[in-house]
Ligand binder design. Structure first.
Ligand code: ATP
Length: 119
Protein backbone atom coordinates (compact mmCIF):
# COMPACT_ATOMS: atom_id res chain seq x y z
CA UNK A 1 0.00 0.00 0.00
CA UNK A 2 2.89 2.38 0.89
CA UNK A 3 4.57 1.56 -2.44
CA UNK A 4 1.34 2.33 -4.28
CA UNK A 5 1.04 5.69 -2.47
CA UNK A 6 4.65 6.56 -3.37
CA UNK A 7 4.11 5.68 -7.04
CA UNK A 8 0.98 7.81 -7.06
CA UNK A 9 2.92 10.73 -5.52
CA UNK A 10 5.64 10.50 -8.22
CA UNK A 11 3.02 10.33 -10.97
CA UNK A 12 1.20 13.32 -9.47
CA UNK A 13 4.49 15.26 -9.36
CA UNK A 14 5.02 14.37 -13.05
CA UNK A 15 1.67 15.88 -14.00
CA UNK A 16 2.47 19.04 -11.96
CA UNK A 17 5.84 19.36 -13.72
CA UNK A 18 4.20 19.20 -17.17
CA UNK A 19 1.67 21.86 -16.09
CA UNK A 20 4.46 24.13 -14.84
CA UNK A 21 6.87 23.72 -17.74
CA UNK A 22 4.71 23.10 -20.83
CA UNK A 23 2.51 25.97 -21.94
CA UNK A 24 1.18 23.70 -24.73
CA UNK A 25 -0.24 21.33 -22.12
CA UNK A 26 -2.38 24.07 -20.58
CA UNK A 27 -3.52 25.21 -24.04
CA UNK A 28 -4.42 21.63 -25.02
CA UNK A 29 -6.33 21.21 -21.77
CA UNK A 30 -8.25 24.45 -22.40
CA UNK A 31 -9.14 23.31 -25.95
CA UNK A 32 -10.26 19.96 -24.51
CA UNK A 33 -12.49 21.80 -21.99
CA UNK A 34 -14.06 23.87 -24.78
CA UNK A 35 -14.62 20.75 -26.91
CA UNK A 36 -16.35 19.07 -23.92
CA UNK A 37 -18.59 22.10 -23.39
CA UNK A 38 -19.49 22.16 -27.10
CA UNK A 39 -20.14 18.40 -26.98
CA UNK A 40 -22.48 18.82 -23.99
CA UNK A 41 -24.26 21.71 -25.76
CA UNK A 42 -24.69 19.72 -28.99
CA UNK A 43 -25.73 16.56 -27.12
CA UNK A 44 -23.34 14.12 -28.81
CA UNK A 45 -23.89 10.37 -28.48
CA UNK A 46 -22.22 8.01 -25.98
CA UNK A 47 -19.97 6.61 -28.72
CA UNK A 48 -18.98 10.12 -29.81
CA UNK A 49 -18.13 11.00 -26.18
CA UNK A 50 -15.93 7.92 -26.02
CA UNK A 51 -14.02 8.99 -29.16
CA UNK A 52 -13.72 12.58 -27.88
CA UNK A 53 -12.40 11.55 -24.45
CA UNK A 54 -9.98 9.03 -25.98
CA UNK A 55 -8.42 11.39 -28.54
CA UNK A 56 -8.22 14.25 -26.01
CA UNK A 57 -6.45 12.00 -23.51
CA UNK A 58 -4.13 10.74 -26.26
CA UNK A 59 -2.98 14.27 -27.10
CA UNK A 60 -2.25 15.04 -23.42
CA UNK A 61 -0.51 11.72 -22.81
CA UNK A 62 1.68 12.15 -25.91
CA UNK A 63 2.58 15.69 -24.79
CA UNK A 64 3.71 14.22 -21.45
CA UNK A 65 5.77 11.49 -23.12
CA UNK A 66 7.29 14.15 -25.41
CA UNK A 67 8.26 16.20 -22.34
CA UNK A 68 9.81 13.15 -20.66
CA UNK A 69 11.81 12.37 -23.82
CA UNK A 70 12.99 16.00 -24.22
CA UNK A 71 14.11 15.99 -20.60
CA UNK A 72 15.98 12.70 -21.01
CA UNK A 73 17.70 13.96 -24.17
CA UNK A 74 18.73 17.19 -22.38
CA UNK A 75 20.15 15.06 -19.57
CA UNK A 76 22.30 13.15 -22.07
CA UNK A 77 23.52 16.22 -23.94
CA UNK A 78 23.17 19.99 -23.90
CA UNK A 79 25.35 20.14 -27.04
CA UNK A 80 23.97 20.14 -30.55
CA UNK A 81 23.71 16.54 -31.78
CA UNK A 82 22.01 15.08 -34.87
CA UNK A 83 20.56 12.19 -32.87
CA UNK A 84 19.23 14.51 -30.16
CA UNK A 85 17.55 16.57 -32.89
CA UNK A 86 16.11 13.44 -34.50
CA UNK A 87 14.74 12.06 -31.20
CA UNK A 88 13.10 15.36 -30.25
CA UNK A 89 11.70 15.98 -33.75
CA UNK A 90 10.17 12.50 -33.95
CA UNK A 91 8.53 12.92 -30.51
CA UNK A 92 7.22 16.37 -31.48
CA UNK A 93 5.95 14.84 -34.74
CA UNK A 94 3.99 12.25 -32.76
CA UNK A 95 2.22 15.01 -30.79
CA UNK A 96 1.45 16.91 -34.01
CA UNK A 97 0.11 13.78 -35.72
CA UNK A 98 -2.24 13.01 -32.82
CA UNK A 99 -3.36 16.64 -32.67
CA UNK A 100 -4.23 16.51 -36.40
CA UNK A 101 -6.13 13.23 -35.92
CA UNK A 102 -8.07 14.80 -33.04
CA UNK A 103 -8.99 17.81 -35.22
CA UNK A 104 -10.25 15.50 -38.01
CA UNK A 105 -12.28 13.35 -35.56
CA UNK A 106 -13.59 16.47 -33.79
CA UNK A 107 -14.72 17.89 -37.13
CA UNK A 108 -16.45 14.59 -38.01
CA UNK A 109 -18.35 14.69 -34.70
CA UNK A 110 -19.17 18.40 -34.50
CA UNK A 111 -19.54 19.67 -38.07
CA UNK A 112 -22.67 17.70 -39.07
CA UNK A 113 -24.42 18.82 -35.85
CA UNK A 114 -23.39 22.46 -36.28
CA UNK A 115 -24.50 22.44 -39.94
CA UNK A 116 -27.82 20.91 -38.86
CA UNK A 117 -28.38 23.80 -36.39
CA UNK A 118 -27.42 26.39 -39.03
CA UNK A 119 -29.87 24.93 -41.60
N1 ATP B 1 20.66 18.92 -28.25
C1 ATP B 1 20.07 19.20 -29.43
N2 ATP B 1 20.71 18.92 -30.58
C2 ATP B 1 20.12 19.18 -31.78
N3 ATP B 1 18.92 19.76 -31.92
C3 ATP B 1 18.22 20.05 -30.83
C4 ATP B 1 18.76 19.80 -29.51
N4 ATP B 1 17.86 20.22 -28.59
C5 ATP B 1 16.82 20.68 -29.30
N5 ATP B 1 17.01 20.59 -30.62
C6 ATP B 1 16.10 21.00 -31.71
O1 ATP B 1 15.25 22.01 -31.22
C7 ATP B 1 13.88 21.58 -31.26
C8 ATP B 1 13.17 22.10 -30.02
O2 ATP B 1 13.73 21.45 -28.90
P1 ATP B 1 13.37 21.90 -27.40
O3 ATP B 1 14.04 20.99 -26.46
O4 ATP B 1 13.62 23.35 -27.26
O5 ATP B 1 11.84 21.60 -27.40
P2 ATP B 1 10.71 22.68 -27.16
O6 ATP B 1 10.70 23.67 -28.26
O7 ATP B 1 10.87 23.13 -25.77
O8 ATP B 1 9.48 21.73 -27.34
P3 ATP B 1 8.18 21.78 -26.44
O9 ATP B 1 7.49 23.04 -26.85
O10 ATP B 1 7.44 20.51 -26.82
O11 ATP B 1 8.66 21.77 -25.03
C9 ATP B 1 13.94 20.06 -31.36
O12 ATP B 1 12.78 19.51 -31.98
C10 ATP B 1 15.20 19.84 -32.16
O13 ATP B 1 14.94 20.01 -33.56
Amino acid sequence: MRKFKESYRYAHTGIRIVFKTQRNFTIQLAIMGMAFLLAAFLGISRQEWMVLVLVSANVLVLEMINTALETAVDLVTQEYHDLAERAKDVAAGAVLLMALVSVVLGAMIFLPKILEILK
